[in-house]
Design a binder for this molecule. Structure first.
Ligand code: ZN
Length: 370
């Protein structure tokens, strides 16, 4: 886009209508609707615009099975301009992941798995020898532009006999490197009451709305005290929907109790993209509209709030002079069924459809099945 391209009549989530002028890959101008002039003018009057969506939890290393996918399939083709790979790779393969990211249209950032093998196996913390502290530090030094935190998956099938020991080591590595932790929670052991107290300000709990027996809410849907205490310490709550980690029942209880997501992420990979229950970022966002969150709240959870956590505010705003990374989407007022990780269905009357992104000076159309 060397020429001046005008997108007319875009709606922002606060209802304001604007024109955006893009020139040389940058936002050149923003005006009232219908006022801007350029070399190419497009009518975008049925569409919403936000800064490019950020997905804080994806699996973007296609070689690893089952938890892998192609970067642009889960990025720009979903309306997501920045993906944060959630520990697919440890020190052994992080270089390959970062190189793949540079060859893709989607921006890629990553949590480094504390296990050097990453998700080459799905019990990557079952052998403590796979947590190689020197290799962790070398990887962080080599890829400091891309690594935003450390990932530790602390659930039974991952840690086997090791309980919270991998998390204790992760905590020490966090202290030594200054990087926060993203901690996956799931089935016990370890008991969730041993896990959450180890988390500190800026750490992320991902899968916080999972419906497994070891979840963060009691039988009547009240948040466990360890959860409210963690929120008080500044621990960040991330959705990480995934194949097995998002329950409408738990999400409804969380909403009732005001335990709201800081960021909405998919935990998407090939299997749950093609076969559900994730399908796409837009599908996950629609679930939060169904739960009663406003469009502004939902979109801020994949734009400004994620950007703020990342310490990259420019990724979460639309401002003249910034590189243009935008997501164009529609909000359809037609009924559609949504399904959670437990097979529970809800019918929502509003859903979000990703239509396209603008990134690196190009328009890329979305290709989303659901
Ligand atoms: Zn994951």
């Amino acid at each position: 886009m060397k020429e001046k391209v005008v997108l007319h009549h875009l709606k922002r989530v606060n209802g304001e209508e604007i024109d955006i002028v893009i020139e040389d890959g940058k936002i050149a101008e923003m005006t009232g609707a219908g006022q801007a002039r350029g070399d190419q003018e497009w009518d975008a009057s049925s569409l919403y615009v936000s800064s490019g969506w950020i997905d804080m939890h994806v699996h973007a290393f296609p070689e690893f099975d089952p938890y892998g996918d192609e970067i642009d399939e889960i990025g720009v083709k979903q309306g997501v301009t920045t993906i944060v790979d959630a520990g697919s790779c440890g020190a052994d393969r992080i270089g390959d992941l970062v190189a793949n990211g540079k060859a893709s249209a989607t921006n890629l950032l990553a949590f480094l798995n504390i296990s050097r093998i990453g998700l080459k196996r799905v019990d990557e913390l079952s052998e403590l020898a796979w947590i190689d502290r020197d290799r962790v530090k070398e990887a962080i030094a080599d890829y400091s532009d891309s690594i935003v935190g450390l990932k530790a998956r602390i659930s039974q099938s991952v840690v086997r006999e090791n309980g919270v020991e991998p998390l204790r080591i992760a905590r020490e590595l966090s202290l030594e490197t200054g990087l926060p932790l993203m901690v996956h929670i799931g089935s016990a052991p370890p008991d969730i009451r041993e896990v959450i107290p180890l988390l500190q300000r800026k750490d992320i709990i991902t899968h916080y709305l999972n419906g497994k027996a070891n979840n963060l809410f009691d039988a009547s849907g009240e948040p466990l005290p360890i959860l409210t205490e963690a929120i008080g310490r500044g621990v960040h709550l991330d959705v990480g929907h995934g194949t097995a980690s998002f329950s409408f029942r738990v999400a409804e209880a969380a909403k009732r109790n005001g335990i709201n997501p800081d960021t909405i992420s998919t935990d998407i990979y090939r299997g749950n993209r093609l076969n559900g229950p994730v399908y796409s970022m837009a599908n996950v966002l629609s679930k939060f509209l169904y739960l009663g969150y406003s469009l502004e709240e939902v979109i801020s959870a994949v734009t400004s709030r994620a950007a703020q956590w990342l310490g990259r505010p420019e990724l979460g705003r639309i401002r003249v002079g910034d590189p243009a990374h935008l997501t164009l989407f529609a909000v359809k007022e037609t009924p559609a069924a949504l399904i959670d990780s437990e097979g529970e269905r809800r019918v929502s009357n509003r859903h979000i459809e990703a239509k396209g992104v603008i990134i690196h000076g190009k328009f890329i159309e979305c290709e989303v099945r659901a």
